[in-house]
Design a protein around this ligand. Structure first.
Ligand code: ZN
Length: 272
């Protein structure tokens, strides 16, 4: 099997300090948490930033730059910056695309709209077209986030239209309230319909994180963990850092016989 690429969703845009005191909010906290996760064995860091005043997600370019600069100074991690915007707010396309100007190696591409709690996570055609074109123009690889099976087919349409370049890299997001459940059956179906030369990784949301990581590991896929997707280390026990979630995956992967990809090896596997 290929070496295992561990991606970390460091903070996301939704989790609050009320839910866990350990969620990184300030730019230096987000950067430090990412650097620790890289030291623990993560090769890719999926990054949202927060407004230091409100603690909520923001697409503010200077905050993205501060976090990216701090991480780039200390690590060789692959940076994957989010384009997902702010929950419940329909930001202009240009604002969502701002992080691309920092020339990260990857950006998220949420391949369709979906209900998320009280809000709709809007990813209409106008946004996806603009995002796909901008990634092509800048040579940035989209991380294709797929919450339900229609989004995988949307990616295949963009591939057909020449707006996505093969090989594709999918990040399956399983276990959101209105998306596909975090089950082996979901994952099996998704991996069967994507092009054979694709790479894929899986996010199990909440209690799905650990079991989905185990299934992906045995199927030859890659794994994302992190506080963005799951704030618990075990039942009733909050995870204190992103690094400890990474360390557990590293230990198990080694026992299982899957070596951990360094960032350089991950770049090769992902054809960056
Ligand atoms: Zn994210």
């Amino acid at each position: 099997m290929e070496k295992l690429i561990i991606t970390v969703g460091i903070t996301g845009s939704r989790i609050t300090r009320q839910q866990t005191p350990y969620i990184p909010i300030l730019p230096e906290e987000i950067a430090r948490s990412g650097i620790e996760a890289w030291r623990a064995g993560a090769s890719a860091l999926h990054i949202h930033v927060r407004d230091p005043e409100t603690g909520l997600g923001t697409q503010n370019l200077s905050i993205f730059k501060e976090v990216a600069d701090r991480i780039r100074d200390e690590t060789d991690a692959i940076l994957c910056l989010t384009t997902s915007g702010i929950p419940g707010r329909n930001l202009p396309v240009s604002e969502r695309l701002q992080p691309l100007s920092l020339q990260p190696e990857m950006v998220s591409f949420d391949a369709g709209s979906i209900n998320m709690g009280e809000n709709v996570f809007l990813n209409p055609k106008e946004f996806l077209d603009a995002l796909a074109k901008e990634t092509l123009a800048r040579g940035i690889k989209p991380e294709l986030e797929v919450f339900e099976v229609g989004m995988a087919y949307t990616c295949l349409k963009y591939l057909e239209r020449g707006l996505l370049k093969p090989p594709l890299h999918f990040q399956f997001v399983l276990g959101t309230p209105n998306g596909m459940p975090a089950t082996a059956k979901s994952l099996l179906h998704l991996t069967e319909i994507i092009p054979g030369d694709s790479t894929w990784s899986v996010i199990g949301v909440g209690q799905g994180q650990f079991p989905m990581a185990m299934i992906a590991m045995t199927m030859g896929g890659h794994v994302r963990v992190g506080l963005e997707d799951n704030i618990f280390y075990s039942r009733g026990v909050l995870a204190k850092t992103n690094a400890e979630l990474v360390e557990r995956i590293v230990r198990i992967a080694r026992e299982f016989g899957r070596e951990i990809a360094t960032p350089a090896e991950a770049r090769n596997l992902l054809c960056l």
